[in-house]
Design a protein around this ligand. Sequence first.
Ligand code: 01S
Ligand code: CA
Ligand code: ZN
Ligand code: ZN
Length: 311
Amino acid sequence: MCLRIADSNLPISASKVHKAVRAAWKLWSSVALMKFRKRSRKEADIVISFHNGDHEDGSPFDGKGGILAHAFLPGSGIGGDVHFDAEEDWSFNSTGFNLFAVAAHEFGHAIGLSHSSDPGAIMYPAYNFASNYEPQLSFRDVKDIQHLYGISPGFASLFSKNPPPRTPDKCDPDLSFDAVTELQQEVLFFKDRFMWRKHPQFEETGITLISSLWADIIPPFLDAVYENRERNVNVFFKGHQYWMLKRQKLEEGFPRNISDLGFPSRIKSIDAALHFRNDHYTVFFTGHECWKYVLCYNLPQFFPYYQTHLI
Ligand code: 01S
Ligand code: CA
Ligand code: ZN
Ligand code: ZN
């Protein structure tokens, strides 16, 4: 497949655009039987360009936010072409939209894929990546593209150590959770980059990315989470750090070290946490130990008080 980048109207440096495009096509060509070649002038199967607003293909862009890009399924003429909204705040990492991640999604369209209902897939229709997210194809994306083009010769050896991540399935009999918490009316079940949200008014317990709600706030692969409803906070643990969210907003100064809660430095992480609403205390499990954490309200500052016992 031939590919050309139109070099007019680029919102960021040409070298950054080329880097993002190269990284995006490598994702696909490393799993499926296809080769990309860059062309500078003549006809190309995939022409990549940036546009503002109406650019006369019947699908005008909408300024900042909303639609980020679109692509045409393979075919003659405009078929296979990829258009990015030039008015977005594009970047390669850090702030704004990650051009690499969106290009990977658009290339999926350009080579024949539609949107996926799997929230872990790069072909999922919503952009919800953390800014430090390193885009990669999910198991679903890989299956879908290999179904169309066949498997790349290097696939087995390239991915044997590090297979594409699967989105967990709530019906999997071997499923385990990283953490479970209440969040106002809902119950949240965490697993890897994902969470299921059980709402009393909804039949279906839907799965989403943690980053769809808390991108750049709460990391994936959590250890423990609890809710303290009197104080309206949720507390998230991962490794030696913890994050406190009040009404879904990160409290100032977080993440902090769990030693700030009063744990001795030999405690490196928490396995589970549970808050007892009626008796106003929290219990932490770590290794074979169980810690009870009580806040004494009659003191001017919160004062942690511990009891340890083996369970
Ligand atoms: N383009 O491929 C899209 O999916 C469009 C919406 C279509 C209806 C044109 C789009 O810009 N979707 C947003 C998006 O983030 C929500 N797409 C890129 C992605 O990485 N999922
Ligand atoms: Ca837009
Ligand atoms: Zn267009
Ligand atoms: Zn799309």
